[in-house]
Every structure is written in C-alpha cells, then in structure tokens.
Design a protein around this ligand. Structure first.
Ligand SMILES: *[C@@H]1O[C@H](CO)[C@@H](O)[C@H](O)[C@H]1NC(C)=O
Ligand SMILES: *[C@@H]1O[C@H](CO)[C@@H](O)[C@H](O)[C@H]1NC(C)=O
Ligand SMILES: *[C@@H]1O[C@H](CO)[C@@H](O)[C@H](O)[C@H]1NC(C)=O
Length: 240
C-alpha cells in the first residue's frame, strides 16, 4: 500500500517539476503572462513531496510498530487530505474565471509585445513563435482570418512591411521548412498556408487533457489515503 502511495506521490512530483521546467510549458507561460501556471506546478511538486515523505513515516510506523509514528502518519495524512480537497475546490472555482482572463492576457501579449524590441519582452516573441510553430496554431482565438485581423491590430504589424502574419504562423512541410512563405505572409486572399486554429484553443485543449489525467491521479491518491488512514487507525488500536 505504501508503494502505491509513493508511486502516486512521485508522479505528482514529477508532473509538477515537468510543468515547471519543460521547454513547451515555459514558452506557454511566456505568452499567457501569468504566474498562476507556475504556482500550480509548484503546488503539485510540494504535494507530491509531502505524499512521499508521509508515506515513509507510515512505512516506518508499521515496520517498527510505533504508535507515535502511526499517530503522526494519521494526522499528516488527514492534513494533506484536507489540503487536497481545498486545492481541488479552488481549482474548479478558478477554472472558468481563468479561461477569460488567460485569453485576454494572450490578446494583450500578442498585440502589444509580439515582435517588440523592448528589454525583457524578447521572451514573449520567442514564446509565440515556439507555440505557433510547434502547436500548429496562429493568433489567439478562431480561424486564420481572425488571426490575420488580430495581427493587423498589433504593434508588430506596424513594422512588418506589409506582411500579415509572422513566419511562425505558416504551415510547414515534412522537412520543417515553411511550405510557401510568399502565399502565407502576403496580403492575398489565399489563407490556406496559415494555421487555421487559435493558440488559445490548442493550449486549452492540452491543459484540459493533462488536468483530466491529474484529477484522476488526485482521486486515486485520495482514495489510497483514505485506506491509509483506516489502516493506520486499526494498527494503532492493535498496538495498545
Ligand atoms: C527570458 O529568457 C531567459 C532564458 O531563456 C531568462 O534568463 C530570462 O529571465 C527571461 N526573461 C524574462 C523577462 O522572462
Ligand atoms: C472565420 O471565423 C469568422 C468569425 O467566427 C467567420 O465569420 C468566418 O466565416 C470564418 N472564416 C472561415 C474561412 O471559416
Ligand atoms: C506580395 O506579392 C506580390 C506579387 O506576387 C509581390 O510583388 C509583393 O512584393 C509581395 N509582398 C510581400 C510583402 O511579400
């Protein structure tokens, strides 16, 4: 049982760490311009570490048949369980609000900072290029037509020399070269060479995908925790 618990804890820990340091997730963090994302990653990491540490206490308590350790284990378990419930409720409550707010942040970051030479804003351009190129999307929301409109309202557009979207919005061939740059960036009617999906949608879909896995994992860890608490209680009483 402690192994299950540790595996659950380790998974949370690794996922948290991955979200905090991986390249795609850092680039996404650059363009959504919020620390919420990082905060969630660190909470996951800390929760995972706690779960692993607590399961070690439980493990030792069982091994040495120590009432003190088992009692500590029970209290910590209960504490983490309550924290998890609170975190889950907050996550659900924030979710709908976060949606509109993140979309707004992305609009602002694209219109005001994409292509900016201002100090400290270089990462935003890099983030957008990375996300558009790797997630095969363009702009914030909607289809390619909407993306062109969004870019036409951006600071970048003023210095783009008449190009309607940046290179990172252009579809690529198998060798990862831009398939037809002229058609893509030129103000012709043909939008077939521009990614036809907003990056907000792509990011949201990915977040939902991972959040579902995490929620499942969280429920599994909580279930194991309930059994852990019952088990600790039983053993505690036997040791009188
Ligand atoms: C930009 O990225 C570099 C490394 O990629 C990092 O050291 C720097 O702190 C970032 N700047 C901002 C403003 O995020
Ligand atoms: C793109 O989206 C806009 C607004 O939702 C819509 O009016 C337009 O018809 C769409 N264009 C294409 C090519 O689907
Ligand atoms: C767009 O295409 C026209 C004709 O093919 C060309 O003369 C013009 O330079 C192009 N503009 C840009 C910004 O590439």
């Amino acid at each position: 049982m402690y192994y299950l618990f540790q595996i659950g804890g380790l998974t949370l820990l690794v996922v948290g760490l991955w979200v905090a340091v991986s390249q795609p997730s850092n680039q996404v963090a650059n363009i959504i311009e919020t620390n919420l994302y990082k905060a969630a990653a660190y909470i996951l990491f800390i929760a995972g570490t706690c779960v692993v540490a607590i399961s070690l206490i439980g493990c030792c308590g069982t091994k040495f048949e120590s009432r003190c350790l088992l009692g500590t284990y029970f209290v910590f378990l209960l504490f983490v369980f309550i924290l998890e419930l609170i975190a889950g409720i907050i996550a659900l409550a924030c979710y709908t609000q976060a949606e509109g707010f993140i979309k707004g942040n992305m609009e602002d970051s694209l219109k005001m900072h994409y292509g900016s030479k201002e100090a400290g804003k270089g990462n935003i351009t890099e983030g957008w290029d990375y996300v558009q190129n790797n997630f095969k999307c363009c702009g914030v929301d909607g289809n390619a037509t909407v993306a062109i409109t969004t870019y036409s309202m951006s600071e970048w557009f003023k210095g783009s020399g008449g190009e309607r979207v940046p290179d990172s919005c252009c579809k690529r061939n198998d060798d990862d070269d831009i398939a037809n740059r002229d058609v893509c960036v030129n103000v012709s009617d043909n939008i077939a060479q521009i990614y036809d999906m907003g990056c907000y949608q792509v990011i949201r879909d990915k977040v939902i995908q991972y959040a579902t896995i995490l929620a499942g994992l969280g429920i599994a860890v909580c279930t194991i925790q309930i059994f852990g608490m019952i088990f600790a209680c039983c053993l505690f009483r036997q040791l009188i």
